[in-house]
Every structure is written in C-alpha cells, then in structure tokens.
Design a binder for this molecule. Structure first.
Ligand code: PMP
Length: 415
C-alpha cells in the first residue's frame, strides 16, 4: 500500500483544519496508516489519493446502502437538481416522500425532514418535551445519539446543565429502565432507545423483547413518548421501523444515513399521538427542504420495497461471519463478532476475553495491504453491492493478517 499523497494531504490539512480532521474521523482516533482523504467511491469500493482500492466495510459509516454512486438513485438526484433543489420552498417531492414513509413505516403518520441524524434526534428530544411540557429524558448509558451539546460523547464545549435533565439506564435491562422512570417522577418527557446496542468497542446486543415492551408500557403509563433512534440501523435490519419485528412501535423515530443512499437527508417520523407536539417546536435549516436528496430518497425507498437487498446483505454478512470463525479456529486469534449480520462489530480479544486494542488496530492496518477497509472498534456495514468474491477475498486477507499478528510489533494506541 502506497501512502505518499495521503501523507501530503494530511500535512496540508493540519495547517488549515483543526487537528487535521475532527469528530469520528479525528486524527486522534485513527491509526496513522488509515487514509484520511478519498478520491473515488463506486459500489462497494473506495479509492484513496494514492490509488489504493479498498473493499469498504464502513459504507460511509452507514449511508452506503445500495452501493456508492448508484446509477438509478444518482440519476433521480441529478434529474431533480436540474429542475429545482434548494429554493425558497420545497417541491412536491417532500409531500410524496412523507406520504411514502407513512405507507412504508407502520408507526409513521407524519414526517419532518432535515439533514443529519443529530437534527432528527434533537427534534425528537424537543418534541418529547413539548408533548406534555415535561423535562426528563431517559437515555441508555453509552448510547450515541449524535454530536450536539445534549448528546455529544465528549464534554469539551458543553456545560453540565446541557445534560441536567437526562437520566441514564442500562440498555436491555427492564429493571434499570423502571428505576430511571421512577426517578423521573411526574416529569418524564421521553425514553430514547436504539434498535440494538451498537456503541463502540462493547459487544453489540440484540434487543431483549421484555426490555422493549417495558419501554413501550412505561411510556404509555406515564404519557411520555418512546423514541427509537433508527439513524444507524434504519432500513438495514427491516423495511419498516427496526422494532416492528418485535412488535414494539415507538411514537417517534429518527432516521438518516441510508434514506437517500448517501445524499443528505434525515428525518423524524412520528405517530398521530406526537403530531401536535411536533407542530409546536421551531426547527429549520437552510438546506432542509432541498428537493434533490428527497428525489434520491424516493428512488432509494423504491429499491427498499422492490429488491432483495436485506436478504442478500444477510447472506453476505453470514458468509463473512462463518469465514472469520474459521480464521479464528485456524490461527488461534480470538475474533469476537457481535451484532446483526448486516452490521457486525469485529474485534480482537485477549485470551481472558478483554479487548486487545493494539491488536485491533494492527489487524485493520494489516488489512489495508490486502485492499480491505475495516474499523478497529466501530460496527461496520455490509452492502449488497459487495460480491461473494469480495467477501472471500476479505476472509483470505483476514487469514493472512491473523497468522502474522503474534509476530508483528503492536502499534501504540491512545484510546
Ligand atoms: N444516532 C445514531 C444511532 C447514530 O449512529 C448517529 C451517527 N452515527 C447519529 C444519531 C447522528 O447522526 P449524524 O452523524 O448524521 O448527525
């Protein structure tokens, strides 16, 4: 793997961008071997500025649902762009897409569009508070709901008052949720949940049905709103809201990432119960009503409805999972795999079951030489644009790197 141009770009960025990059792409959180700028993306692949090609298991951290640069979706985007995009008001695409979501997502009676997942979770929080003018918001410890002052995981730039009315509970623990609801007393506004436990580093957990049903029941008893944060998992696990299969319907759900296959679109969906409250809050943005991303959203939804993309993604994810189990057996490297097949968290553990962060980083660094882009501690994403051959090449790469792992120097990791 050549890294000349990427090195030059990193040096230039340091001069004009604080720390070179920020947020989840922060230089501090990436191995120096990870490329930071990318020249091209198509289908399942990504190219850096040194023309190294990777099978990309990050999928833009979620938005790449059907493959980068999808011809039909991009054609819908471009066609709309030629007519009208960001203008003084929205186009008919906004009404069409809200109608289409009301048809597609069981709990959804209305939609409010925005641009990022954080916009959608913030609107959910405000709607829950506006609903009965209550303040307390319940959040699972460690859950990520975005990057603004009420939810950013880092304290810099925030004050304790930003979280003054948050109460934390343990994900998948109905007892812990009950205790948090008791603590909120008669001031409970809403309960946030992610479709499954998908925070970084920790093993992912599928939702416990009793926990999910308890969340619904407690919100009904207390006349508070249940919010499902489907920003990361939405339309990857299900063609409906992610808890539909377990029979739990939220009052509000936040969406983003996959909605327009990479074009900027997110939204808050809600049921009639929350409609009036949603209508009270003042939220907007200069780019929120752009028609092109909504046209891309309509085409993406058509593909969600009419293709076997989820079934194919599960098949590919299972093929990878089985292959890595075999690699683990053959090399003795403990590869811990958790979460749904479509969104695996893949990490290296020590014999005692603890995360071996230097080994995770070394593993991902090594895979770059095999044209495979993995993340050392964030869940990854499978796209149906991957081929069986891509998965098999990934497994071969993992085998080669795992075999070498005990003998290569471990990187220093500042996590
Ligand atoms: N909620 C969840 C569950 C997420 O995974 C993310 C993004 N990773 C967000 C909210 C925030 O979305 P965005 O980065 O688009 O603001």
């Amino acid at each position: 793997m050549v890294q000349n141009e990427d090195g030059r770009l990193k040096a230039r960025a340091l001069e004009v961008i604080p720390n070179g990059l920020y947020g989840h792409l922060s230089v501090k959180m990436q191995s120096p071997r990870t490329p930071q700028y990318y020249k091209r993306a198509k289908g399942a692949y990504l190219w850096d500025y040194d023309d190294n090609q990777y099978i990309d298991y990050l999928c833009a951290f979620g938005p790449n649902l059907f493959g980068y640069g999808h011809d039909e979706i991009d054609a819908a985007y471009i066609e709309q762009l030629r007519e009208i995009d960001t203008a003084t008001g929205p186009s008919v695409r906004m009404v069409e897409l809200a109608e289409a979501y009301a048809d597609q997502v069981s709990h959804c009676d209305w939609t409010m569009f925005c641009k990022n997942g954080t916009d959608a979770t913030t609107m959910a929080l405000m709607t829950a508070r506006a609903y009965r003018e209550k303040r307390k918001i319940l959040i699972a410890t460690g859950a990520y709901h975005g990057a603004t002052k009420w939810c950013t995981p880092m304290p810099e730039g925030t004050v304790t008052e930003d979280h003054a009315h948050h109460i934390y509970y343990e994900y998948n623990n109905a007892q812990s949720l009950r205790r948090a609801v008791e603590e909120a007393g008669d001031d409970l506004a809403g309960v946030f949940a992610t479709p499954f436990k998908h925070e970084v580093i920790h093993p992912q957990q599928l939702p416990d049905e009793e926990y999910a049903r308890t969340a619904r029941q407690l919100c009904d008893e207390k006349d508070a709103l249940l919010i499902l944060d489907d920003v990361r998992a939405g339309f990857r696990l299900d063609r409906d809201c992610s808890w539909e299969k377990i029979g739990v319907r939220p009052d509000l759900s936040s969406w983003g990432k996959t909605l327009a296959n990479g074009h900027p679109l997110s939204c808050l969906m809600g049921s009639d119960r929350a409609r009036e409250a949603a209508g009270k809050i003042f939220v907007t943005g200069s780019f929120w009503f752009g028609a092109a991303a909504m046209a891309a959203g309509l085409k993406t939804l058509e593909l969600i409805r009419t293709t076997d993309y989820i079934e194919r993604t599960i098949m590919l994810g299972d093929r990878l999972r089985d292959g890595l189990e075999q690699v683990s057996k053959e090399t003795g490297i403990i590869i811990d795999q958790t979460g749904p097949s479509q969104m695996p968290l893949i990490m290296i553990n020590d014999d005692d079951g603890n995360r071996n962060m230097p080994a995770c980083v070394a593993f991902c660094d090594g895979l770059l030489d095999h044209g495979v882009f993995f993340h050392p501690f964030h869940n990854m994403f499978i796209t149906p644009a991957m081929s069986e051959d891509d998965i098999d090449r990934t497994i071969d790469g993992c085998h080669a790197v795992a075999k070498k792992l005990p003998s290569i120097p471990m990187p220093e990791v500042a996590l």
